[in-house]
Design a protein around this ligand. Sequence first.
Ligand SMILES: [Zn+2]
Length: 312
Amino acid sequence: MQGRLTVLGWHNVESSWCFPLPPGGARGLRRQLLALRGAARVVPLTEALDVLAAGGSPSPRTVALTFDDGYRDNLRLAVPLLEELELPATFFLVPGLLSREVRAWWEVAGWAFARCRRATLSWRGATYDLRTPEQRRHAYGQVSERLKGCDRRGRDAAVGELVSTLRPEGDPGDRDMFLDWDGAREIVGRGFAVGSHSAYHAILSRETPADQERDLRRSRDELEERLQTPATVLAYPNGTARDYNGHTLAAAAAAGHRHALTTVDGRNGPATPPLQLRRYVVTPVTGRSPARALARRLLSRARRAAGRPARP
Ligand SMILES: [Zn+2]
């Protein structure tokens, strides 16, 4: 029986400025991983991609687990859980963040909105209400969508501008939020795979073709050299269909990537373009979530296949 490969993608396990989560992220992740372990065949990503590259179909219920951006809680919370449950995973890392050469603009901007005391923000022709936490979150969502339309330098400048206008309290703590090279080495040393998530987390389609090519070559080379492990798979930053283009696919191929992951929903078979693989982005919530819904669906299919009645 032929199956398709489902790739799941997490980011942070616990709450961050940009991705606030209810308390109990590690508990939520544990439940999701337990459900997946019971229902799916969780394999190393590259193993499943090799099957696709050879023109084959993965076994039914094949799932690969991934984590993007290199949040420090991936090592502190996700790695021990994965080890306990004996599940493989791939961590997509950003050399510029590991080196502290760039900052995670999305977290800095998230902090600026969460911790500002202004009632409104007028920014580049639009006015946003900031009186309540809900309004600040809504404003952040709208502004961050606009920021994603800029190239990397323009976006960094705009975030600086927003921080000086909003004058948030305290410190974003973004430098402590992400792994450094030692942390990345520990992930590799504990037997997990890594992949490239670009050199600076630029949204690639906003960059020139030459910059995209330089970025992806540098990212892969630096990860492989400093971590002494293959980084054959790429995950596009942000990863929606607007965030990569034809030049990105060419740059990915020029950097030697045979496979690249998007964040476009869907599963993967032999006909899926290898540089535009589909992936479900999931968050470690304790309630209903796409990962648990998927696990339930897989479990029910497995029970039917085994001739046992499915639980409702
Ligand atoms: Zn990312």
